[in-house]
Design a binder for this molecule. Sequence first.
Ligand SMILES: Cc1cc2nc3c(=O)[nH]c(=O)nc-3n(C[C@H](O)[C@H](O)[C@H](O)COP(=O)(O)OP(=O)(O)OC[C@H]3O[C@@H](n4cnc5c(N)ncnc54)[C@H](O)[C@@H]3O)c2cc1C
Length: 363
Amino acid sequence: MVFFTGKNAIIRLFYYALAYTVYSPKCSETFDQEYDYIVVGAGSAGSVVASRLTEDPCVKVLLLEAGGKADPLSEIPAAAFLLQLTDDDWQFKTTPQKRAAGGFQNRQLPVPRGKVSRRGPDRIGICGKCYARKVLISDQKVATGVEFEINGHVYTVKAKKEVIVSAGTFQSPQLLMLSGIGPKEHLRKFGGTLTHSANQKIFPPLSKFFFKSKKRDRFVEVMKACVYLVENTTAFQKIGAKMFQTKHPGCEQYKIYSDKYLRCLGRNYVFNLYHPVGTCKMGNPNDPTTVLDPELKVKGIKNLRVVDGSVMPTIISGNTNAPIIMIAEKASDLIKKDNPDRKNCNPEEQYKKEYSWFDWFKK
Ligand SMILES: Cc1cc2nc3c(=O)[nH]c(=O)nc-3n(C[C@H](O)[C@H](O)[C@H](O)COP(=O)(O)OP(=O)(O)OC[C@H]3O[C@@H](n4cnc5c(N)ncnc54)[C@H](O)[C@@H]3O)c2cc1C
């Protein structure tokens, strides 16, 4: 691998080993039956929420994450692509595309989604390889805990204050549906028990995202501009650049680099840029397409919020990770503000309780 060659290879390997040792997740070995908050998913949003909530000294948090000990490669941002189609990837695929993705097996596009597990502070229980099966919801429509699976065993754990679903854009709505929250018809079709109905529009089939004709024409124009640059500019001619002359499978019937050929390429060799959002839309509670109110609470259910990329009402124009982390920061403030016991929690007392050995040492 290029990363480990060259004269600095030893130093790089040392940093790599160090980073892996320091940042590897430390999962708890025993768990309580009840926590103040249960966070499902230790990804970009969930790890922030869980960590921020434990800043309040009286708060106990359980973080459930389906992924286990991460591959050391996950410490190197540029190597993240090597983790695709491994056990650290959920290995999702789109539905077979009718008019696109002809260049892929069964016309299905890969949709990589990582599984992660992070280190945490003292008042947090981290359960790695813990797959949340459903959020437990009482007859009064209050989220009371989570049912999860670990090593083939199923357990339930109670949440005294709130359950926060941060399972990502695909799995947060899935978990809500498994818990009986979602579009009525969809739940009935799969035999789910309906707890609360939400509008069908929030779960659009993926195939609808791809290739409206206007956008396709824009792609063709952009590709034509690239072909023009290679064939007509001195910069490219100087280095002897030439357009590839073998036709791509599936588009052989068209004259190479004609509009029709480029349109065929655009349709068949699509690629997703890993930024899905909007499956649990946040917004005006009176809008039937919203799942969450502006405080990210699931409409109609108490003590249940969703915090991750799924809450974005529309896709943003840039990359999603940093904004999702900021959503999690904002959500943490909202959750902390709603904690009725916060003012009764005396950080000094708590500190003394936890660190009494330290005081003893100082004497
Ligand atoms: C290959 C790739 C490259 C990317 N590159 C960039 C980039 O360069 N810049 C950028 O800004 N963004 C990038 N992104 C997007 C960014 O990673 C996501 O937008 C962001 O991580 C989403 O955060 P999230 O909290 O919504 O979900 P996630 O980070 O996906 O977290 C969800 C977590 O929940 C866990 N989970 C799911 N279901 C369950 C369950 N039932 N029980 C327990 N745990 C569960 C999952 O294992 C996962 O760890 C990339 C994404 C991918 C896939």
